[in-house]
Design a protein around this ligand. Sequence first.
Ligand code: MN
Length: 563
Amino acid sequence: MLDTITEKLNLKNGESNLIKKAYDFALSAHKDQKRAGGEPYFNHVCAVAQTVSELKLDVKAIAAAFLHDSVEDTPVTLKDIKNEFGEEIAFLVEGLTKLDKIKYNQDAWQIENLRKMFLSMAQDIRVVIIKLADRLHNMSTLKEMPPEAQTRIAKETMEIYAPIADRLGMNEIKGQLEDLCFNFLYSDQLKWLKDQIQDQVEGREIYLNKVKPVILQELEKEKIKILEIQSRVKKYWSLWQKLIRYEMNWDKIHDLVALRLIVPTISDCYGALGVIHKLWRPLVGRIKDFIALPKPNGYQSLHTTVFCLDGIVTEIQIRTPQMHESAENGIAAHWAWEAAGKPLAGFQMKDRKLYWIKQLREWHKSARDSKEFLENLKIDFFKKRVFVFTPIGDVVDLPENATPIDFAYHIHTDLGDHCVGAKINGKLLGLDAVLHNGDVVEILTQKNKKPSQDWLSFVKTNQAKSHIKKSLGFITKITNKIRPQEKIFHLEIKVKDRVGMLRDITNSFVKFKINLSTVRTDRGKQPTIIINFSLKPKQKTEELLKELKKINGVLDLKQIELS
Ligand code: MN
């Protein structure tokens, strides 16, 4: 087992001795322990060390991965670790042991532990990465746990760990965690989704195998070297989220299976994009240059969607090997490059690390009560971003639909507090105007001006909200007013096609005062009416379903709760 962990590392003598020592130490510490499923506990720490090694963290982190459960679960003490392995490894193990105490449920004292977790994150990023590797293995063996524990752990993973992986740009681990949770939290929905895409995925892969040689040939003509061409299948949870966003409209999903090109340099990326656009016409508004404008978590790539062979709409992603590694492993990749003394040009590790730490500290500080803290966490993680410019050309990233007030508070508290107007691309616009990618924003201020309560109705960032509330002096009143969420449902009704069928069905919704959001008719072999609708908190679907079943010609109903 040790060989598979060390085989891809270029270890010096002392380093492989250190790993061997940690391996032996953990083996003897856990020797009689078994996991819930009956396998040796030692297998777990090996799996974690394996992931940490694949992420190319240093040998101290790999050693800490081997040792991460020995203080918690065996008679070994932190002092023993310090004596055997020194300060730094003991420090990492201590951090991991602390994180182990975090048990998620939404009580206040739990949240306090969550905060500690984040602070420890700010202290050493390796602790967080090892913890994510630990959680990944625990999730992959979760079926061995009792059902109650499965739900609790999956929820905690979905709400805390996956978002952290996301924020750190560790997309591969994030995606794996989410798909594992999906199975435990919404197994019916996952089954439905898998049924829907099985044939599609197969068909797409056969199709892309025809596309690949065409691209390769054309790139060769233009003398652009290609290191790898792969088709990647979208992860289930991410696909599911996208489907919900587009109200289950499959026509909007162009990247179920996308083509990915890895080329040596940035100029090859743009070169390859040109070649592809010469071959096939791109869809308007679907060319995304995340190389010039990286996502806030550092993600870089070119994306385009083209009318490909036979006019089939296809998404193509182009990137360099460094961008690829960074996209999959995020901060872990940058940490590894930094440690190896070759940071990626143009990517300032220090600044970025500081940015993350600043962000985390900000959350910690602004958390007036535990609920708000958790809300902040959940909300900011999932929002999409928009990039705008200051008058001197600095890029500012903000959440989707952000306004000039959000922009102002992002730059400086005083700018926000004294804001009276905004020029967007030179034009005077309202403070509630929605900012778009590439807008140049200039804030006009007046010394005596104070924030207005109205602003709270349209600002998007938590930063702006908390500053405005602070200025107005009523932080607690507002937080109690969070409106209960409406629930969204998806309903498929198999019917005999007849005149008036759709009218009869929609009338039932009207009768129960239920809001329809979309209605689609699928006139395939088995005519189906597909409806998405939302329920207010006190509404239920039982009566509606009974009524629908009574309608002449309704054969079968299938309902899924989407949120
Ligand atoms: Mn563990």
